[in-house]
Design a protein around this ligand. Sequence first.
Ligand code: NAG
Ligand code: NAG
Ligand code: NAG
Length: 502
Amino acid sequence: MKMSMVKQAAMAVVVVAMGCMAVIALILTLVQHHSVDLPHRMQYGMVFDAGSTHTSLYMYRWPGNKENNTGVVSQMLVCDVDGNGISSYARDPPAAGLSLRKCLDSALAVVPANQLRETPVYLGATAGMRLLQLQNQTQSDQVLEQVNKVIQGYPFDFRGARILSGMEEGAYGWITTNYLQEGFIKHGFEGGWVRPKGRKIWGALDMGGSSTQIAFTPGQPVRDPASALGPKLYGYQYEVYTHSYLCYGKEQTMRQLQVHLLKMSGSTRPVNHPCYHLGDNLTLTLGDLYDSPCVVRPVTFDPASVVTFTGTSEPLQCLNQIKNITNLAACSLAPDCGFNGVYQPPVIGNFFAFSAYYYTFDFLGLAPQSSLSQATTTIDTFCKRTWNSLKKEYAVKDKYLRDYCASANYIMTVLLDGYKFNQTWGNIYFQRQVADTDIGWTLGYMLNLTNLIPSELPLVVTGVQRSQWAAEVFFIVFAVFLSLMVLVLLWLWNPQDGRGNK
Ligand SMILES: *[C@@H]1O[C@H](CO)[C@@H](O)[C@H](O)[C@H]1NC(C)=O
Ligand SMILES: *[C@@H]1O[C@H](CO)[C@@H](O)[C@H](O)[C@H]1NC(C)=O
Ligand SMILES: *[C@@H]1O[C@H](CO)[C@@H](O)[C@H](O)[C@H]1NC(C)=O
């Protein structure tokens, strides 16, 4: 009788304990899920890409409580500033500032009013301004000052307008590429962030109007410290090779080609242009032609006199003249060379080729990938066409249509003879976006400067934490198991209901 009462009491305790544990587990689960279900307040950030030919405003957003994580920043909108790049306002700096107003106003309309003051805005200027700075520092300072003044007039958290170095431009393009590809860290099954096994780090090929950049993690140590970067991202140290070729962006190369052809022509007028199409004539003043630090100008010339370039539709000639201006001779660290005497380790792995690479190849129907022979044939056929037939087929401004043949041949020269993708052509993807976000330096720049990419691996997890959930399930199962053990032990200790104890 006595033992049976003890047993009943023990069983009651066990039942009550189990009930308590279940309730606690339930509360824990509800509390956890409740906090996860709170709506995330979006945060916003903006970067002006002040390029040499035009300026664009990129607006990004991300859930506020997930800062310092990855894979969550997305592109919200892009606003194209009317007119040319800010460096073109060298002789009228206030107009450079005013040109940004339209996009700043559209940003005002998009960011919630109570978050304007915490929304960071950056302006980064690239090679167009680098060249203006070389030409006339006073003018480039004035342009930046006017741009600063206008953005400061808006209620954002403006963090300054500055000129990026070529190294920075290359590095931030590489960071953007691999952030969007989840190459740095990935949301692991366990709920935390992990560095992907067998991670594929992509290279980045960028081509603007005034400079072109290459950035990748080489398969061997970088031999020239001037082109080596060692960013520490999410607790891991990367070695990155990057170089920016100033004056070898698309527009400045076209300019170099014109000056080269004029020089080669001696006194012959008009000047034959093998990359321009039969039937096309372009007339320029010498003042405009020589208005660039990327070309060698004659000691004396009349800026008002004109020169006319006449298209001849000769792709082979076009390619040869482009090879002449890119200087494919070996560098001092041969055989590890790019072009124009620049050191470069052998290219390895996959690459995204964006901006002018993409626009040119997309126009010709060669994006995102095409075989080498397909690319060569397509470019050759396109270059042989007459200006008339192109004008009938494409509703594109003359200044763009005229340059596709030359820029396509320039791209082939840089990729094959310069960077030496001869054996690995198939590793290049001509692409503008990944995950609906443009590939370029702007996102990487903002991620770095707002600490959205920390140098330590973040422990914070998004959504329901799998590990937390697993712990809760384990806790409940363990409690049930323990209770059953107690029950079984009680039965074993007193198997015949009161008699065994006598
Ligand atoms: C994110 O990182 C910055 C600097 O690394 C730090 O100050 C901030 O507290 C971090 N935020 C979170 C939510 O961990
Ligand atoms: C640089 O620009 C300023 C302002 O436009 C001008 O006064 C000055 O003469 C320029 N200097 C040179 C060397 O062209
Ligand atoms: C990122 O920003 C930090 C300053 O916050 C700077 O020291 C570092 O060099 C930047 N990283 C890159 C790759 O430029």
